[in-house]
Design a protein around this ligand. Structure first.
Ligand code: NZQ
Ligand code: ZN
Length: 392
């Protein structure tokens, strides 16, 4: 087992009607003037935003509101949020929504707490020295941003989607009421389950570290999400399945399922970020569309773990050669994606990329990772291009 740091400072308040605790939590963490940040309007339509602002009004907490964080959230709105916070002397951020609203809020928090252009952090030019404190009311189980150190922002100019990670960005509290996810379209529920599984799989398919306890947690999480994704496909209002998936989403990306590994692989995410930047696809669907191609390209370099995954997560029988078992595991994962209506290639994702597009994405991806990256197999620009080609 490699040495590791495990830091999860987020206070989690989980269960029915927990959003009613928001004012107490903001006070507990010292907020006196709040920016309430949300996405494209689902929280307005569901009535959640009104309930939240009513609670703040009743508690005498001042706030300003900024909506409009789109999926693959834009830098332009981040700049707007930074200006608003400075003008209104905001000292606490409350994101109400999914990964996009949360990530946009984190970026706003970095921009307020640090001098200069906030994009510098996403462009790997500088490191932050702080962030405005942030609380979250989560409405979709997916990214784990409610407990993670990451934030992913898209710069409109050049359609560059980049992630930045810092412990300063970890939310102070996360309110998680599984009932709030019941208004999700089925497609978004499936995208969320895919993303949750991928956050653990990125950490699982490595070539470093003996991690028996971490593997057991990871495999249990993967089996749980796989099972409950099917339950939600057939019964979207099932509270217990919503709750299992929601808690799994946080555990999949707060670092737990990577303790003791070499940092993980993360190349499926890096390749997807190029798709999200260029074609504005839903993150989870983009991951599903690329994973099978990535897996077939790298599995021979990470055979013991692909075999373990096949047997322990995908219920493949321990028969035949290791390669045969690994390939059956990959096929079973793709069957699972199809069963929840997730794409398994770019065409099914609705992306009709030209060869030139694939070359551009591979180049941007290689630049974004500093040349090469990966753990299951280290990939360079040519490898990335091959995987994009295979995924067509
Ligand atoms: O914008 P609104 O109107 O709220 O609608 C959203 C959006 O259309 C809708 N939605 C969310 N909760 C809902 C709901 N609709 C009905 N009822 C509800 N309860 O669902 C759509 C997707 O929302 P979004 O916030 O974009 O989804 P997600 O949580 O998947 O976030 C995706 C973004 O996070 C990044 C992705 O790349 C993408 O930009 N990621 C962030 C990570 C992190 N910070 O740790 C890690 C991830 O790997 C990921 O890269
Ligand atoms: Zn993800």
């Amino acid at each position: 087992m490699f040495d590791f740091k495990y830091y999860t400072p987020t206070k989690v308040i989980f269960g029915k009607n927990t959003e009613s605790k928001v004012a107490d939590l903001i006070k507990e963490f010292g907020g006196t003037k709040v920016l309430v940040h949300y996405g494209g309007g689902s929280v307005v339509r569901s009535g959640l935003l009104k309930r939240v602002t009513d609670t703040l009004d009743a508690a005498g907490i001042n706030y300003v509101v900024l909506g409009g964080a789109v999926p693959n959230p834009h830098l332009g709105l981040v700049y707007e949020g930074i200006e608003l916070c400075k003008k209104e002397k905001v000292d606490f951020l409350l994101a109400v929504g999914g990964g996009s609203a949360i990530d946009s809020a984190k970026a706003i928090g970095y921009g307020v707490a640090n001098e200069g252009d906030v994009w510098d952090y996403y462009d790997y030019k500088r490191q932050v020295n702080g962030c405005l404190p942030l609380g979250v009311i989560l409405t979709i189980a997916a990214t784990g941003s409610e407990m993670s150190d990451s934030s992913v922002i898209t710069k409109e100019e050049g359609l560059v989607k980049r992630g930045y990670s810092s412990d300063y960005g970890r939310p102070r509290f996360a309110i998680m009421n599984p009932e709030l996810t019941m208004t999700l379209p089925d497609y978004q529920t499936a995208c969320g389950c895919t993303d949750i599984m991928m956050h653990t799989m990125e950490r699982y398919f490595t070539n470093g570290g003996n991690m028996e306890i971490t593997d057991a947690l990871a495999e249990g999480l993967l089996r749980t999400v796989k099972k409950n994704a099917i339950i939600l496909r057939d019964d979207p209002k099932n509270y217990d399945a919503r709750a299992e998936v929601m808690w799994a989403g946080s555990l999949a990306h707060n670092g737990l399922t990577g303790c003791g590994n070499d940092g993980g692989d993360w190349m499926t995410h890096k390749l997807e970020h190029e798709l999200g930047g260029l074609y504005d696809v839903a993150h989870g669907a983009g991951l599903a569309a690329i994973w099978g191609s990535w897996a077939r390209y790298v599995y021979k370099n990470c055979l013991p773990r692909f075999k373990k995954f096949a047997i322990n997560v995908m219920d493949v029988k321990d028969e035949g050669t290791d390669e045969q078992i690994a390939l059956k595991g990959i096929e079973a994962m793709e069957d699972f994606y199809r069963s929840i209506k997730m794409p398994t290639n770019l065409r099914e994702l609705g992306v009709n990329a030209t060869e030139e597009d694939l070359v551009t994405m591979a180049h941007k991806c290689a630049v974004g990772v500093g040349g090469e990256m990966g753990s299951a197999r280290i990939l360079n620009e040519q490898d990335m291009l091959e995987i994009f080609r295979m995924s067509m």
